[in-house]
Each structure stands twice: as C-alpha cells, then as structure tokens.
Ligand binder design. Structure first.
Ligand code: PLP
Length: 539
C-alpha cells in the first residue's frame, strides 16, 4: 500500500488549491450548504441524497473550484517541478490498493474526490504538460483549447446530422476551410468544391476512413471479388495505424508493402522503390490502390517527397493519403509549407491539431478531394435519422464521414484557438519551438560524445551517444541505459526509436510551457548521466 502524499506542501494540497476555503465537504450540496434535491430513504432505511445531475448553481460553484484546481496544476508544474515527476514513477497496479473494491452507494464530496486526485491519481500521471516533457510528440494545450473543450462539454450536443445541431456542422465546415487556407491546401479540398474537411478524433481514425473510401472506390471499378488482389504502399517508417487500418479494411497482410528507407533519404520514402514495387505488382496481377505518404514520421519526423510520389499516384490512378499528424501543423508557416508541396496530387490530407496547434485532445482535421468517395463508403440511412430541410442545397451529415455516429463539437475549440490567438501568434509559437529544438541540437553537435542522427526539419532532434570503439551493440545498450537513467530522475521525459538498427534518443519540443531554460536543464541532465559512459567519466 503506497498511500504517499503527492507533493510536500508545494503540490495541490497547499493553500492555493480547491481546499482553500472553497470546498464545503458536504457531498452534493450547494454553496450554502443545502442539499441538492430532496432527501430520500433507501431499502435499508438509510437516508439518500437525491441527485440532481445538472444544477446550474452547483455547476457554477464546483466549476470554479475545478478551474482553480486545474490552474493551480499548471502553476505548480512550473513553480514546483520537484513534485511532478515528468514520467510517472509508479509501478503497475499501484492504484488497486489505494481505491475501494466497489463504487460508493452514497455521494461523496468534490473535496474528497479532489484530495484523491492529488494523492492517488497524480502520482500515476505522466505530465505531458510539464515544461520538461520532450517525449513522443507533445499533446498541446492552451487556454483557448481548454475553454473550447469546456464549452463543448457544456453544450454536449451530438451533431451527427446537420439537423441535430446545425451550428456544429456549419462551424466545422467553415473552420476547416479557414485552416485549409492557412495551410494553402489546393481549392479542391475546400467545401466549395467536391471535397471538404471533417474533424476526426485521431490520426488513426483518419487513415482508416480514407483506406475504406479508396478501397470501395477501386472495388466499384474492378468488382468486389478482387479484394484479395488489392495492394497498398507506404514506407517502413509509416505510423502503425496504417497497417491496422488496412487490416480492418480487409486488405490482406501480405499485400501491405512497406518500402525500405535508410539514412540516404533521411528516412523518406524513395520514389524509385515505389514505382518499382507498383510495376512489379501490376505485372503479377495485383491492383495497386493506395499510397500512404508521411510528412513528419513518428519515429524521426522524416518527410516523404510528395511531388514525385504524387506524380506516381496520378500516373497509376492510386489514392494518395498524406499523414502529417505532427508536422502538418508547422505548414501554416510559409517557410515550412514547402514540405507539403505536391499536395495537389493527394486525395486526402490529415493533421492533428491536438499535437501542435494548441487544440486540446482530440482534434484531427482530415480533408478529402472527393467527399463522395468517403460518403459512399461510410453512409448509413436508418429511418430514425431521416429529416427534410427546406433549403435546396444538400446539407452535410458528418455521420457519413466517420466511423461512429455520435460526434463531439470539436470545431468549437479550433475556432476558439484560431480566433483567440490569431494565426500569426500560432506561427510564431511553432517557430519558437523549432528554435528551442535547434538550441538543443546545437548542444548535441558541440559534444564529441554525442551525435545528431538525422537532419532536423521541425522540433524533433534525433541523437545518441556515439559508439566509442565502433561497437554498435554496446552503443545501443548504453543509449538504452542513458534513456532509463534520465527518465528515472523524474526531471525530464524523452523517448526513443530505432533507425537502421540503431537505438536513437528523441527530444521533441512541443509542450506549451517549455522555455529555453528547460531545454538547457534537460541537456545538463542528459550530459550528467552520460558521463558514466564516456571515456574519462566527466566533461
Ligand atoms: N501519424 C503520425 C505521423 C503520428 O506521429 C501519429 C502519432 O503520433 C499518428 C499518425 C497517430 O495519431 P493519433 O494518435 O491521433 O491516432
């Protein structure tokens, strides 16, 4: 049983938080100490406080407490980092001993609950919002994104058809047109043509729906019985969601071609390999129908060259999807737009605004060139969802552009982020992150014990301790140990990948609170722990 206090006077339980005179400790009672709803008696004769799930005064009172709690969290992440190990240090199953075996019969107070969050949940949180978080790709938050989520939770509409909340559908169309213009996407991705945008929950959902659309488009042409002959292409750096999407879509595993990459193309897909693979497959009677290109791979932020890949896709009539989950966000800056040159020949494009555009999770805009392909694959028309509109124009029903029926009003927060910050601020923030990554890269480059492994395009630096005697296996082991050592400090969190059988360390800047001092401190921690592996043991 580890019922350890979270923090030692500087964490949540100090005078800054919810228990600073705000909480009344009386269960579901309002600010005056009165019960919400009438008292009742259960079968055992015990008094039960009748719940009133949505009471505006209780919401006002407890909403303020919660906002204070969250604001204190962000403040304390910066002021008292020692209380928030960036990578959670708990052991598997830690929570089981801390919580009761069954749910309570009677209401508990928000104060009790938030006490448990501080003491029991927080130790098991990996602090993605810590300024010293440098792992994977960040999950970017902002006040605007947070407020948008709040408004979304408050309205709680389910805009699966236009009718079920016209504003939810219409705002999504408008905001995705705005974002498409910021990215300078070709006009055919705008809602004014045959294409349009839709906000999926995640990049995984986005690639799945376009694989299904492309599959049905080709099967319509060649006949359903040829499903086993369909082949798809991507590089060996493509996100694992692509394989999953293909398998869900009934594509045979042996028909998924993951083309080899190496350092000669900085891990981008070689167009020559693609064309050779397609020619070979055609000669064997296969039907190439889908290419997944990536701008900013998960592993090393590699960029597949869209111009030549798009020409190949066009030549063979293959659907090309561009997965720009992380790096697509940077393409709102004119200097990074070049990475999606060639997008004119793509059929679909996806980015995660929750990764680097400050739209709290989840928010994954997807644009398609031909919305009817998507709708043909995914539409459902049960009688109970039928409705008539007075306008002559057909309305968008986003249920037909995604897997699930229910959907959140995600465009609200994207709209709020774009309006409350303005695109110039967003561009500058992304540029600042890239500068911080460059700063880290300079540290690495100046240290002879380390090397930068790939050419950096955005805010991810791939680096490692160099092998001191050419022994790659030993070198991998040392980098693995270094990773474990720095992450176990709780002071920073970095992650890793493998490139050409080398164990690589990843330093990705993207958390909204990160400043230069955090990057410098991270480098000092890495250097300190690396000294164990260097020849003279110190710098
Ligand atoms: N594609 C790329 C290039 C990614 O980096 C990621 C996640 O990091 C994904 C897809 C999956 O995104 P999601 O987690 O939104 O499904």
């Amino acid at each position: 049983m580890h019922d350890r206090e979270f923090g030692n006077g500087n964490g949540y339980s100090n005078g800054n938080g919810y228990n600073n005179g705000n909480g009344n400790g009386n269960g579901y009672t309002n600010g005056n100490g009165n019960s919400i709803g009438n008292g009742n008696v259960n079968v055992n004769g015990a008094k039960v406080i009748k719940m009133k799930p949505m009471d505006s005064e209780l919401l006002r009172e407890q909403g303020h407490i919660m906002v204070d709690f969250i604001a204190d969290y962000y403040k304390n992440l910066q002021d008292s980092p020692q209380d928030f190990p960036v990578l959670s240090q708990v052991q598997p199953g830690y929570l089981r001993d801390m919580l009761p075996d069954s749910a309570p019969d009677q209401p508990e107070s928000l104060k009790e609950l938030l006490d448990d969050v501080s003491k029991k949940i927080m130790p098991g949180i990996t602090h993605w919002q810590s300024p010293s978080y440098f792992a994977y790709y960040a999950s970017s938050t902002s006040v605007a994104g947070f407020l948008g989520e709040m408004l979304n939770a408050g309205l709680s509409v389910v805009g699966f058809t236009w009718l079920t909340s016209p504003a939810a559908t219409e705002l999504e169309i408008i905001v995705l047109d705005w974002l498409a213009k910021l990215l300078q996407l070709p006009d055919h991705f705008l809602s004014t043509g045959n294409g349009g945008g839709v906000i999926q929950g995640t990049g995984c959902e986005a690639v799945l729906v376009v694989v299904l659309a492309a599959r049905d488009r080709i099967l319509k042409k060649v006949g359903k019985t040829l499903l086993p002959r369909l082949v798809v292409y991507a590089s060996d750096q493509t996100h694992s969601s692509f394989r999953k999407a293909c398998l869900i879509g009934g594509i045979h595993e042996e028909n998924i071609r993951l083309l080899k990459t190496d350092s000669s193309t900085n891990y981008g897909m070689p167009p020559k390999s693609l064309e050779e693979a397609i020619s070979h497959d055609l000669a064997e009677g296969f039907i190439p129908f889908f290419i997944c290109a990536t701008v900013g791979t998960t592993s090393s932020a590699a960029v597949d060259p869209l111009v030549p890949l798009g020409e190949i896709a066009k030549k063979y009539g293959i659907w090309m999807h561009v997965d720009a989950a992380y790096a697509g966000n940077a393409c709102i800056c004119p200097e990074y737009r070049k990475f999606i040159d060639g997008i004119e020949n793509a059929d679909s494009f996806n980015m995660n605004a929750h990764k680097w555009l400050f739209a709290n999770q989840t928010c994954s805009p997807l644009w398609v060139k031909d919305r009817y392909s998507l709708i043909d694959a995914l539409k459902t028309n049960p009688e109970y969802l039928e409705f008539k509109v007075s306008t002559k124009d057909a309305v968008v029903n986003y249920k037909d552009w995604q897997i699930s029926l229910s959907r959140r009003f995600r465009s609200l927060k994207l709209w709020m982020v774009l309006r409350l910050y303005g695109s110039e601020n967003l561009r500058n923030f992304i540029r600042d992150h890239v500068k911080l990554a460059k700063h880290f890269e300079d540290y690495v480059a100046q240290d002879p014990h380390f090397e930068v492994v790939t050419t950096r395009y955005f805010s991810l630096v791939c680096f490692r301790l160099v092998p001191d005697d050419g022994d790659e296996e030993k070198c991998n082991e040392r980098n693995r140990e270094l990773l474990a050592a720095v992450n176990s400090t709780g002071k920073i969190f970095i992650s890793h990948t493998a490139l050409s059988d080398k164990f690589i360390l990843r330093f990705a800047v993207g958390a909204p609170l990160t400043e230069e001092k955090h990057v410098t401190e991270a480098w000092q921690i890495i250097q300190k722990h690396a000294s164990k592996f260097t020849r003279n043991g110190h710098y």
